[in-house]
Design a protein around this ligand. Structure first.
Ligand code: PEP
Ligand code: MG
Length: 877
């Protein structure tokens, strides 16, 4: 049997979302429930896929099926499409599986032309209404199908209103509107060079194709990438008999939510406009009335609407967002869907529905989008102000939240301004460890270079500071104190705003509102913890981050990047001294300076985590992030090391690497200079011993993690140094203490030989940042520059550094996990790359049976919720 591409509403139901899209499935479901739905049909998502497969054409068979269903609709309505006596008019709307802004939305009144409108005016005995409908149709069709642009038509309307001396559209009479329709068509012809299509069949196919086309417009592609929606899904199209809210004062149209979408309050919330069609409400042409006022104006329609709202909410067991039209006092439902809501409302509604006995705890857990929790943990823009603002650029949404402040170009300026009480946004080509102080006092960070795992991105996420990275369009002129973007010149001290959740950059001040956590947050998180299998740890390098993460529910530290502990201005010199040392003596002198700092840091971390697990990763400094570049730093370092500036510069030059990410870093450093691993081991064990003595009730078992291992013998060598030192330190202290030595799996070769590696490693932690970099073979710091072209061409749909590439990198993770378990059945398996806090990646890690994920502090709640959702959806046997 050939495939069915078109379904009448009466043939579908709510479970057919994949095929009919969300809107189509719900229209079918409301029809099935006997609700007043203007009838129609849905052209399926598969027809959309077919349209693309056929080279952007609607095949003859699908066209025939559409006309067959149109004939069916004619029968139901008792009207005829394109008929001059008794015309059937339809609306055409898009409807993907998930609601998607950015796609073509709606065309109303399709089927009108110069002749049909005449008879329509006579038949309805309402010429004003008929011509109003006609001019609206020409306007919408020109805009969304033919891409002429709304502005021209709005100008014509304004001119007409001025000519007639009136303020509102509703004050224009039938003749005015008829004249507007004529002017609109003239405008169309001037812009397109051909006549406005008058054949209703041509209009219909044009509209359906426009919906299909809009699936692939840049806004829709961007939205899909942000929201994990595959491009293969396609969109459905709904063709529905028109009902009219603009026939006069007994008609109207509106939108409503069964609960307040901003606060979650259990009270019908919405607005409507009398004598209007749908787009008037959205466009804000006139000020709508609140839904309560409908009670006074049309009590019967209101009562019926309230009744339907109750039924729909019970049926879908979730807050509904509905569109309705009243035509001559009769109510029609045009749409229902689970309503979009703020994070606060999402929590309120989930908790209320559990309390009302409508849903289970598990369903409540599934109901809240983990990514939405960001909004509770970070400042956000004032919604109205954001709506009014226009971005001047977009780059990578590297760390969520909203920031508004004055532009500064250096960390010093940031600190200086912040001390005066100014809010600042730090704009840098890229950040380096020297910028930490400046980053810390800034509201937000904007960088020209760098991807989702660049220094700026990783550090900002750890701090919970908003960051937009990799905006290559910026032309920096730091020296003269300005940068250029989108034709604007933004000077030092000017206000800009950043949205770290979308990556938008605004050349103006947009007020922000602080983060707010309510009791509902705790309730939902407790449910999440009850149902998840994956542990959730945090990546933290400072006691402050560790404490924050523990507050957010982290069960331990999964990654402490020890090189990050030397970012502070008073510490980085010692670290640099160690790096540029040429003799063991020099290095040991530098290491002796580092030892007490490290020990103190580790003690503070153990204290902050109150006995919970702490994985300390040994030094892994990509050299380009640490070598001094500023002349004054080089001079100071030379002095400290008793070297001439020239000699030091020569050493720095000799350390220059072409590919620092694949250079002398990770365990390679410990292989060449074992004294580094020895110093770090001593610091870890001494710290653990000291804290354990202070807190006998804790059971500290240090976890030491060796980075960038690719070969078993490499790990065995470094582990040898660790074990020898650790045992010596413990013997000195006269204490027995268990400690664990494990490795990162972040080099493909380590994943491939994980069974061997597990003979030495007691635990694995997948470093997906490097594993992704090396599996794809592109640099994590540079990929942002060209990935844009890959998204546009649909070669990749996602940034693999932000969301695990399950097919490739994921396969390595799965394989290494299995190999590791084969050698050591009780091996602990974690993830500490950035994807550890990404919900879809967390689901994958749950499925392949890892022990825990580790992510930056502010993502801990997100990972807890995502892990619970993964467990509820995919129970482990
Ligand atoms: C990784 O590579 O995934 C990782 C966590 O380590 P880093 O980002 O420090 O290289
Ligand atoms: Mg790494």
């Amino acid at each position: 049997m050939s495939k069915k591409f078109v379904y009448m509403f009466s043939e579908g139901n709510g479970s057919m979302r994949e095929l009919l899209g969300g809107k189509g499935a719900n229209l079918a479901e409301m029809t099935r429930l006997g609700m007043p739905v203007p009838q129609g049909f849905t052209v399926t998502t598969e027809a959309c896929t077919q349209y693309y497969a056929d080279g952007k054409k609607i095949s003859d068979e699908i066209q025939a099926e559409i006309y067959k269903n149109m004939a069916e609709l004619e029968k139901i309505s008792g009207k005829k499409f394109g008929d001059k006596e008794n015309p059937l008019l339809v609306s055409v709307r898009s409807g993907a599986r998930a609601s998607m802004p950015g796609m073509m939305d709606t065309i109303l009144n399709l089927g009108l032309n110069d002749e049909v409108v005449e008879s329509f005016a006579k038949k309805t005995n309402n010429p004003r209404f008929a011509y109003d409908s006609y001019r609206r149709f020409i306007q919408m069709y020109s805009d969304v199908v033919m891409e002429v642009g709304k502005g021209y038509f709005e100008k014509l309307i304004d001119e007409m209103k001025e000519k007639k001396g009136v303020k509102l559209d509703t004050e224009l009479d039938a003749d005015d509107l008829k004249e507007l329709a004529r002017l609109f068509k003239e405008e169309f012809k001037a812009k397109k060079g051909f006549d406005f299509p008058s054949d209703p069949k041509e209009q219909l196919m044009g509209a359906i194709m426009a919906v299909f086309r809009s699936w692939d417009n840049p806004r829709a592609i961007y939205y899909r990438r942000m929201n994990d929606i595959p491009s293969s899904w396609g969109t459905a199209v709904n063709v529905q008999m028109m009902v009219f809210g603009n026939t006069g004062d007994t008609s109207g149209t509106g939108v409503a939510f069964t609960r307040n979408p901003a606060t979650g309050e259990k009270k019908l919330f919405g607005e409507f406009l009398m004598n209007a069609q749908g787009e008037d409400v959205v466009a804000g042409v006139r000020t709508p009335q609140t839904i309560d006022q409908l009670k006074e104006i049309m009590p019967e329609a209101y009562e019926q609407f309230v009744d339907i709202c109750g039924k729909l909410e019970k049926h879908y067991r979730d807050m509904q967002d509905m569109e309705f039209t009243i035509e001559d006092k009769k109510l029609y439902m045009l749409q229902t869907r689970n309503g979009k809501r703020t994070a606060t409302a999402a929590l309120q509604i989930a908790c209320d529905l559990v309390d009302e006995g409508m849903i289970s705890e598990q369903e409540a857990v599934l109901m809240v989008d983990p990514k939405q929790l960001d909004a509770l943990l970070h400042p956000q823009f004032d919604a109205a102000a954001l709506k009014a603002a226009k971005p001047i650029g977009t780059a990578l949404p590297a760390s969520p939240g909203a920031a508004c402040g004055r532009v500064v170009f250096t960390a010093e300026e940031a600190v200086e301004m912040a001390e005066k009480g100014e809010k600042v946004v730090l704009v840098r080509l890229e950040t380096s460890p020297e910028d930490i102080h400046g980053m810390d006092v800034s509201e937000g960070i904007l960088t020209v270079r760098g991807g989702m795992t660049s220094h700026a991105a990783v550090v900002a996420r750890g701090m919970g500071t908003c960051c937009v990275s990799g905006c290559g369009e910026i032309k920096m002129n730091e020296e003269e104190g300005y940068f250029e973007l989108a034709g604007r010149t933004i000077k030092r001290g000017d206000y800009i705003s950043l949205d770290g959740t979308t990556g938008n950059i605004y050349g103006e001040a947009i007020p922000t509102v602080p983060a707010s956590i309510t009791g509902n947050f705790g309730r939902l998180m407790a449910w999440a913890d009850k149902y998840r299998d994956l542990g959730v740890r945090t990546n933290a390098d400072t006691p402050r981050d560790a404490k924050k993460a523990a507050e957010f529910g982290a069960e331990g530290i999964g990654l402490c990047r020890t090189e990050h502990m030397f970012f502070d201005a008073d510490r980085i010199p010692a670290m640099r001294e160690m790096i540029v040392s040429e003799t063991v003596e020099q290095r040991e002198k530098a290491l002796a300076k580092l030892l007490p700092m490290q020990r103190g840091d580790f003690e503070a971390l153990y204290e902050a985590m109150e006995g919970k697990a702490v994985t300390i990763r040994f030094l892994d400094p990509p050299l380009h992030e640490f070598l001094p570049t500023a002349e004054e730093d080089i001079v100071a370092l030379a002095k400290e090391m008793n070297m001439t500036v020239e000699a030091l510069k020569a050493v720095i030059a000799s350390l220059h690497e072409f590919n620092p990410m694949m250079g002398h870093r990770g365990c390679r450093l410990a292989v060449t200079y074992p004294e580094i691993a020895a110093m770090q081991t001593r610091a870890v064990i001494e710290a653990a011993v000291n804290v354990q003595k202070k807190h006998p009730e804790w059971n500290i078992e240090p976890e030491i993690m060796i980075p960038l291992v690719g070969e078993i013998k490499e790990l065995a060598y470094v582990k040898g140094v660790v074990v020898e030192t650790a045992d010596k330190v413990l013997a000195e202290a006269g204490i027995t203490m268990k400690y664990h030595v494990g490795t990162m799996i972040e080099i493909p070769r380590a994943a491939l030989t994980a069974d061997e590696i597990a003979t030495e490693a007691e635990f694995f932690s997948f470093g997906t940042n490097d594993l992704t970099q090396m599996t794809f073979g592109f640099s994590r710091d540079d990929a942002g520059k060209f990935l844009g072209a890959y998204y546009d061409k649909k070669i990749y749909e996602q940034d693999p550094f932000a969301r695990l590439d399950q097919k490739g990198v994921g396969k390595l993770v799965d394989m290494a996990a299995q190999l590791g378990r084969k050698t050591r059945p009780d091996i602990h398996l974690g993830v500490c790359g950035e994807v550890g806090g990404d919900p879809s990646s967390v689901e994958f890690f749950h499925k392949v049976g890892l022990t825990y994920v580790s992510c930056s502090p502010y993502r801990v709640p997100i990972a807890r919720l995502a892990a619970a959702q993964a467990a509820i959806k995919n129970p482990r046997k």
